[in-house]
Structures are given as C-alpha cells and as structure tokens.
Design a protein around this ligand. Structure first.
Ligand code: ATP
Ligand code: LTN
Length: 332
C-alpha cells in the first residue's frame, strides 16, 4: 500500500518562489512514489476579505500554476477545498474539541491578526482547526509543508489524541509532517529576516512564479544583502546572501559549499546576475505553460470536477465514521 500525502496552499496572491521551493517542489517529487492529494485552500482564503470574482478566478489560476509547476492531475488528486463540503463539517466537530488557549498561542494567528487589525475574525482564529480537518479527512500519512506550518501540524496531531480520548481509536490516522532540510523557509528579498509570503503588500519582497523575466531580474538584483563583500552561507550575520544561496542551491542542485567555492572572491553583483538568470530559466517554461492552460477555462473546470469526485469518495467515508463515533446520525 502506498502512503498517502496531502498538502495545499491558500488561494491568496500568486504562488512564490518560497511556495515552490518550500512546498510544491517536494510535492512534485512525491507524486510518483505516493498516493497524493493536493488542494486549493479557497475556504482558508476567506479569513481575509476577498473580492468574489477575484477569488474564483484565482482558484483556477492556482490550479493552472500547480499543473504548470509539474503536478499531474491524473497521477494526483487535485481539487478545490470548497467543493468538498466535508471539510467544513469535520472542522466543526474538531472545533468543539479545541481549547481556545491552544489557538491563542499560534504564531501565524498572532502575525496575521497584527497585519489585519480591522478584520480579526473568528475564522482567522480557528484556521488551524480547518487545516486539521483537511488532513484528517483523507487519512494522510505525510504532510509536506514549509516550516511555518509546523505548529499547525502539531495541533492536528494533538486533535487526533483528544478525539481518541473521548470517542475511541480507529477513525483518523496520525499524520506526520514532512519538512525539507534546505529551503523550508525562503526569506523575503527586501527583508531577509521575514519569510517570503505571497500575500505581502510589497511585491518586491517576493518572486511570483508567473512573473515575467524583466520583473524577476529586477527583483533579484535589488534584493537586500549587507555591507560586507564575502559570499558565504551565514544566515545569522548575512541573511540576505544566505537566502540567495539557498535559492541558488535548490534550483541548480549544487551544494551550498560548492557555491561558496564558485563565488569565492567574487562580488554580490555576480551572484545576483547568475541567480536571476537561473530563476528566469527555471520559471520561463512554467509561465508559458501557465498562460497556455489559462486559455481554456472549461478544460480546467472539467479537471477540477474530476479531482473533486475522486477526493469526495474518501472524505465521505471518513466523515461517516466520524459521525458514527460522535453519535450523529448520518443520512443513508
Ligand atoms: P500567505 O502569505 O497568503 O500566508 P504563504 O506564502 O505563506 O501565503 P501558504 O499558502 O500559506 O503560502 O503556503 C503554501 C505552502 O508553502 C505551505 O506548505 C507553506 O509552508 C509553504 N511556504 C510558504 N511560504 C514559504 C517560504 N517562504 N519558504 C518555504 N515554504 C513556504
Ligand atoms: N495553512 C496552509 C495551507 C493549508 C494546508 C492544509 C497545508 C491549508 N490546509 C492542509 C497542508 C495541509 C498554509 O500553508 N498556510
């Protein structure tokens, strides 16, 4: 039996190099070996205000970006979260098992609440519970994510424990996080002490995977470094240079040591020019494939429906078992 993998990204902004390196590149590697489900977290996007037309368009756009990055919709089950109503239903049951104090400790909630002072809604607060439902519905063994999601994964595992204490074992599988060793936290280009984030207000902070070559070059060449000259991997004292080296290393397959040797005695400018070229080379075919896919929305829509049908079969079964354990009456 193949192990089951599940992951997703929130449908906000455009996917960045951080999402690609920290998450989707790993999803891609797993698609041959595992039983994989990847989804578009459109319900999660509602925790901040969304223009309805933009949200709908962006969901298709993210789906096309997944495919353009190399995720195969036949090999994997790719679907939109909101098309499977079981997510919201399981989230409610788990919400009733979640202590408020636990959610209050979540770093992402604190950060996002600080950024959205005008809209600190209950959804933003209980977001990690919906995320736990996403994972548990599909009996996932492994959840490949970037480092920022580690705390949410821990809550999900604790919820399995709380559920089992109250209702007994056998309903959910205990999931394990899978976090890459290098590249699990790509930093912002202008402020390399913050993570690169696709909903950043300043677009100079990230490279979107569908940026055109000119934009990519400009953003990488203007990335913040430091007043020194040495090209060395030292995240503490040289976070900007270290970030560029990590991106370079993942995209080129060269080790950090090899890159340090290659650039010994060279200037930051050399590194940036070469990195910009490498990123352009990597992303140009992705962008072309993306633009092509977006020309045929009907086809994207059809593929999404097929993904939803395949996903729902599994979600339905888990929710049925959950209702039974909890004492709710399932409709036959
Ligand atoms: P937002 O800014 O809207 O919160 P985000 O860029 O943090 O978005 P998510 O949708 O939250 O993206 O994350 C999708 C996946 O990408 C997750 O697995 C997350 O851990 C990973 N990820 C996000 N940002 C980075 C980053 N800077 N470095 C590595 N992985 C990342
Ligand atoms: N919260 C995640 C996106 C996400 C997710 C999930 C990832 C929602 N549900 C389930 C893995 C498994 C984020 O990256 N912000």
């Amino acid at each position: 039996m193949k192990k089951t993998i599940l992951s997703g990204s929130t449908v906000t902004g455009d996917l960045t190099l951080g999402n690609y390196i920290g998450a989707i590149n790993n999803w891609k590697r797993m698609q041959d070996e595992y039983d994989c489900l990847y989804f578009l977290a459109d319900l999660h996007a509602l925790t901040v205000h969304q223009d309805p037309a933009v949200l709908r368009e962006r969901t298709y756009s993210f789906f096309a970006q997944y495919i353009a990055l190399g995720l195969d919709p036949q090999k994997n089950i790719i679907f939109a979260q909101s098309q499977i109503h079981e997510h919201a239903e399981l989230a409610w049951i788990l919400t009733c098992l979640t202590p408020m104090g636990y959610l209050n400790r979540m770093t992402q909630f604190k950060e996002k609440a600080e950024k959205n002072v005008k809209n600190i809604n209950a959804g933003l607060f209980s977001y990690p519970v919906l995320m736990a439902a996403d994972i548990l519905l599909y009996q996932a063994d492994l959840v490949p994510v970037g480092e920022d999601q580690k705390q949410h994964l821990e809550l999900c595992r604790d919820l399995v424990g709380y559920f089992e204490n109250r209702y007994g074992k056998g309903v959910f599988k205990m999931p394990e996080p899978s976090i890459g060793k290098v590249g699990a936290r790509i930093m912002s280009l202008q402020d390399p002490t913050k993570k690169m984030s696709k909903s950043d207000d300043n677009e100079k902070n990230y490279v979107s995977i569908i940026d055109d070559p000119k934009k990519i070059e400009k953003k990488i060449k203007s990335a913040a470094t430091d007043s020194g000259t040495e090209i060395k991997y030292d995240p503490e004292n040289k976070p900007g240079v270290a970030n560029l080296l990590v991106i370079f290393s993942i995209l080129s397959g060269k080790s950090l040591e090899q890159l340090e040797n290659d650039y010994a005695g060279k200037m930051y400018g050399h590194l940036k020019v070469d990195l910009a070229e490498l990123v352009v080379q990597t992303l140009t075919p992705v962008r072309e494939r993306y633009l092509d896919l977006m020309k045929n929305k009907d086809h994207l829509h059809q593929l999404l429906q097929q993904g939803a049908d395949r996903a729902q079969e599994r979600a339905r079964e888990t929710l049925r078992k959950t209702y039974e354990a909890v004492g709710l009456i399932s409709r036959s």
